[in-house]
Design a protein around this ligand. Structure first.
Ligand code: PAF
Length: 291
């Protein structure tokens, strides 16, 4: 089982010790002393396990943080309803993680809500940020704190949260943070539904309907040859076949800026989709190339 630590002091001393041991035992193989961080909010599923597996493959000391960050929940979002499954999370990390860092809110924010925060900028008010004001500032603030606490050489994130990955990458670049970001592809059910902690809230009918999101993205990718407008039309056509799916946004963005592209765009792009199924909101995305 991974070792579970709950305080910053404990974590730092544990990592200092692990780094020292790795350097001593493998002096010609210093990369083993690298620390690889997988930040999570727990409720781990196979998608998270894949992220930790990637961390393990990178070598070194694998730290998984499990912290439901109050700062990234809006006033209308139910922080208390967020699933907390620490014991099963820890069990699922057996053989994959060396250390689980599971601090309390008081440990992370001893003075209450922090005075100093990271601002995610303009992109933070788009797409996910439009319906979750403050979410990305809160997310980047805790990620910056985790980077300072753990001092990882590499941090692993999932492509499933494409806007998050983009903003973390921008923060690292903008603030010269000494960490490399590794991105892992979205893990899907056999029918294409992207794994998400929120899938557990879908009833059977919604679960069946939800597959239209990945179908829409596959249709979008197939239409890439014909340009951005065709991409959107192909995805919309699929989404329209499922009345249970209430579209929130569907957009093609430039991966460098995360601004929506125009009809003349050529090159790499990301199709983002978000939709409601009942009270559950799902997101998904697909990287495409428009010739
Ligand atoms: O993706 C998540 O689970 C969270 O946004 C993260 C990166 C762990 C920060 O709280």
């Amino acid at each position: 089982m991974p070792e579970v630590v709950t305080t910053v002091a404990e974590l730092r001393s544990r990592l200092a010790e692990a780094r020292e041991t790795a350097l001593r035992e493998g002096s010609s193989d210093a990369p083993d002393a690298r620390v690889v961080l997988v930040p999570t909010m727990g409720a781990l599923h196979d998608g998270h396990v894949r992220l930790v597996g990637r961390a393990r493959d990178l070598g070194g000391i694998v730290v998984v943080s499990i912290f439901v960050n109050p700062l990234q929940f809006g006033p209308t979002e139910d922080l208390d309803r967020y699933p907390r499954t620490l014991d099963t999370d820890i069990a699922s990390l057996e053989g994959l993680a060396d250390v689980v860092f599971a601090p309390s809110a008081a440990e992370m924010y001893p003075d209450g809500a922090p005075n100093t925060r990271v601002s995610a900028g303009e992109v933070a008010s788009l797409y996910e940020g439009a319906i979750r004001p403050g979410h990305f500032d809160g997310m980047l603030t805790v990620v910056a704190k985790l980077f300072n606490i753990v001092r990882p050489d590499v941090a692993v994130f999932g492509q499933k949260d494409a806007q998050q990955v983009h903003l973390v990458g921008r923060m690292v670049k903008d603030l010269n943070l000494p960490v490399t970001i590794a991105v892992v592809d979205t893990v899907r059910e056999s029918d294409g539904l992207a794994l998400s902690s929120r899938n557990r809230y879908l009833d059977d009918g919604q679960r069946q309907a939800a597959v239209v999101l990945s179908r829409a993205l596959a249709a979008a990718a197939a239409a890439a040859q014909e340009g951005a407008d065709a991409v959107l039309a192909a995805a919309r056509e699929q989404l329209d076949t499922e009345p249970a799916v209430k579209l929130d946004y569907l957009v093609v963005v430039d991966p460098d800026t995360f601004q929506s592209v125009d009809a003349e765009h050529h090159g790499q792009a990301v199709v983002l989709v978000a939709a409601h199924l009942g009270t559950t909101r799902l997101i998904d995305n697909e990287r495409i190339s428009i010739p």
